[in-house]
Write a protein that binds this ligand. Structure first.
Ligand code: AMP
Ligand code: MN
Ligand code: MN
Ligand code: MN
Length: 291
């Protein structure tokens, strides 16, 4: 099948190399079982799972794009930028991601200290137990620990009560700069995509500034159909992709069979009036027969 005929691309998900619960190989198998035609693993701030994901996909005959999801601080808000088709051996990208991961341990210790003050001891060690990759210790791992120990019934409840701004386990953190993240992605041969824009609580002006600066730095895509969007968001960001001449991406943001509402490969197709980001990445797609 040619790239233009693909509709079931899933270009956003997480393995246990970041804050997902499945191994890269299990995700590849799940993607294929769910009918995904083009897949990318996009762990947070980390490309340590790329080789395993690519090899597993190739063994299954599943076309693959390298991927990453970079944490960025923009106008005081955390924004995620997905990079697709990046070169995992690019020195600036590798170094930039290492710098972005740096500080997660100290942040986690501060979060744990705050949680201890509200009567939840041992959260650092508890969260670390859930982190397949200690450098990637994330709020998600705290949430899993606090569900396991019975403080909350679900990870969503943990976020609502403890881990978001204004709550006792939230620690302000400075991530990568927008321009740096876009540059690492672009200069390593990839395309930068604004992840799930519907999730940021930005004003109209702030959102416009995000999209404008992103484009000025060389960003070219936006996630339109994602597990983090409502159908109203699908329509809104489809319009924005057209207005701002951006390529459109699609991805479940799958993390775990137990926690994620949207499974790999199960979202609606991109609206046909949009240009899929993978049409601009055909030379970066790793196919089983083109090693
Ligand atoms: P961190 O990079 O440590 O700030 O953690 C961010 C991760 O937490 C995201 O990638 C999601 O996986 C997860 N997350 C954020 N908000 C929520 C929420 N409201 N419910 C469940 N998981 C969330
Ligand atoms: Mn996550
Ligand atoms: Mn994200
Ligand atoms: Mn994600």
């Amino acid at each position: 099948m040619t790239p233009a005929a693909w509709t079931n691309a899933d270009l956003h998900c997480h393995s246990c190399v970041s804050d997902g619960t499945l191994e890269p190989e299990a995700l590849a198998a799940r993607a294929q079982a769910n009918g995904v035609e083009l897949w990318a693993l996009t762990d947070h701030d980390e490309i340590g799972g790329q080789q395993r994901a690519r090899q597993a996909a190739q063994a299954l005959g599943l076309p693959y794009l390298t991927g990453v999801e970079i944490s960025v601080t923009f106008a005081g808000v955390t924004v995620h930028i997905v990079g697709l088709g990046v070169d995992p051996d690019n020195v600036a990208l590798v170094q930039g991601l290492a710098n972005t991961r740096d500080g997660r341990i100290a942040r986690a210790q501060e979060m744990a200290a705050e949680l201890a003050q509200v009567g939840i001891p041992g959260a650092f060690e508890g969260a670390l137990n859930y982190a397949g990759n200690p450098e990637l210790i994330a709020r998600t791992h705290f949430a899993r620990y606090m569900v396991e120990t019975g403080y909350c019934a679900s990870t969503h409840e943990v976020f609502r009560k403890y881990l978001v701004e204004g709550k006792p386990g939230f620690v302000e953190h400075r991530w990568a700069k927008l321009g740096d993240a876009v540059t690492w992605i672009t200069q390593s041969g990839g395309i930068a995509v604004i992840a799930h824009p519907g999730r940021y609580k930005l004003t109209v002006n702030e959102e416009f500034a995000l999209f404008t600066e992103f484009k000025a730095h060389g960003g070219r895509g936006v996630e339109v159909v994602t597990g983090s969007h409502t159908s109203a968001d699908f329509a809104k960001y489809a319009d924005m992709a057209i207005e701002l001449d951006l390529l459109a991406s699609r991805g479940s943001d799958f993390h775990s069979p137990e926690e994620s509402r949207t499974d790999l490969g199960t979202l609606p197709a991109l609206p046909v009036r949009l240009t899929p980001v993978w049409e601009a990445l055909t030379d970066r797609v790793q196919r089983p027969d083109h090693r």
